[in-house]
Design a protein around this ligand. Sequence first.
Ligand SMILES: NC(=O)c1ccc[n+]([C@@H]2O[C@H](COP(=O)([O-])OP(=O)(O)OC[C@H]3O[C@@H](n4cnc5c(N)ncnc54)[C@H](OP(=O)(O)O)[C@@H]3O)[C@@H](O)[C@H]2O)c1
Length: 258
Amino acid sequence: MRGIAVVTGASSGIGAATAHALAGDGWRVVVGARRADRIEAVATEIGARSHPLDVDDAGSVARFAAFVGATDEDEGGAVGPSRLLVNNAGGALGWAPVADADEHQWRAMYETNVLGAVRMIRALLPLLEAHGDGTIVTVGSIAGHEPYPNGAGYNAAKFAVRAVMSALRQELLGRPVRVCEVDPGMVETEFSLVRFGGDAERAAAVYEGVTPLTADDVAECIRWMAARPPHVNVDQLVVLARDQAGARQIHRHGAERD
Ligand SMILES: NC(=O)c1ccc[n+]([C@@H]2O[C@H](COP(=O)([O-])OP(=O)(O)OC[C@H]3O[C@@H](n4cnc5c(N)ncnc54)[C@H](OP(=O)(O)O)[C@@H]3O)[C@@H](O)[C@H]2O)c1
């Protein structure tokens, strides 16, 4: 058995798939997200524990961290060989040029993707470090490497995630916590549905003619990163579909006939 693995945003998409992959690899998984019914269902499927979590809310993060600490004690404390935090909760809101930026959406994206990850790191770092072999994996994005028109709010948030992870890696140098990041391209999840405010047709169009990554593809990257020996830190792993060669370069099958 490996130790405790915490997965945020585990109620759908990459987070749910990661919880499955980690449980299958022997981790004792704790899942969190705002939709309690969804995380309970994920936990039941894989024999994990769940607790509601809103990473935007410091009080919710503190209650979740207390639950993780209690779970750790229940399950034998330092018995597991390692500890893991997967900072996955996040996403994009809206699609607009900078000239029409919606400040509410920009703040919300920064709050969840950046500050949410920072809150989780602050809350769980003592547990990760105390054990002597901790790992943090944060889900960034190709959007944090290449800005694109109409995406600046999300780009700014994911660029900030990379900056935070890079600074943290340097701050923790010499301490027993790895700091890793996986930066996927297009993955078919609820991501586009959320970005376009529930517009299913618009969300489906994002993946038209493309074979995108699946949530399981990214989950497997995270499982692999976490399973490397303790001295190996996979700093950044950029993973794109074969049909994608950058944030904006996407090959759509059938489009060549249009
Ligand atoms: N899909 C892509 O193309 C893609 C590409 C690159 C990176 N990413 C990143 O991958 C991560 C996962 O996204 P996904 O594609 O799997 O989309 P998704 O299916 O929409 O999943 C997003 C998850 O984040 C959770 N979440 C959102 N706000 C939260 C909050 N305040 N507190 C706790 N949980 C919260 C959601 O749960 P609740 O709503 O239940 O809270 C949900 O479980 C995100 O960080 C996203 O930016 C996605």
